[in-house]
Design a protein around this ligand. Structure first.
Ligand code: AMP
Length: 170
């Protein structure tokens, strides 16, 4: 099965000039969804991960399953104002705009090994913000896993210090 062809390109969403990689076509295909997750999982089976961190919103879809399969905790990283308890925040820039991410201050214990998960690596700003949040809490970034990587945007350079994996590169 070719996962690349199952992902839908939506031109000019959410802004003119952006080709949005729409993963809903993969998610709605049970076989493709399972294949993608099993492939993402394989790389981390022996990595002794303590927490899987998912980035709102599409990162949650993959991170929750990976946490379940690895038998470890799930930590949500969310847009400002969404998490109910005390948070720390990191500002970042996107391929289309800028934003900030927050994490609960008690969600990662010092020394814990963390796997960061999102659907797509574009410029790397989002992933780097997640890395900085983990490190502020004393966690160790053991890996950063994506379904898709937009190689031409060179996001990997921003997070080159960490083990990065992606299943599909455009
Ligand atoms: P970046 O911070 O530039 O690496 O952007 C990554 C984040 O923005 C991820 O959470 C993606 O879901 C989203 N994103 C950025 N560009 C695209 C795109 N072309 N298609 C789908 N999602 C995107």
């Amino acid at each position: 099965m070719n996962l690349e062809t199952i992902i839908r390109d939506v031109p000019d969403f959410p802004k003119k000039g952006i080709i949005f990689k729409d993963i809903t076509t993969l998610l709605q295909d049970g076989e493709a969804f399972r294949l993608a997750l099993n492939q993402m999982l394989k790389k981390y089976l022996d990595a002794r991960i303590d927490k899987v961190l998912g980035i709102e919103a599409r990162g949650f879809i993959f991170a929750g399953v990976l946490a379940y399969k690895l038998g470890c905790g799930f930590v949500p990283v969310r847009k400002p104002g969404k998490l109910p308890f005390r948070t720390i925040r990191e500002e970042y820039t996107l391929e289309y705009g800028s934003s900030a991410l927050e994490i609960h201050e008690d969600s990662i214990k010092p020394g814990e090994k963390v796997l960061i998960v999102d659907d797509l690596l574009a410029t790397g700003g989002t992933a780097l913000a997640a890395v900085l949040l983990v490190e502020k809490l004393g966690g160790e970034v053991a890996g950063i896993a994506f379904l898709i990587e937009l190689g031409f945007l060179k996001g990997r350079d921003k997070i080159a210090k960490y083990p990065v994996s992606s299943l599909i590169t455009y």
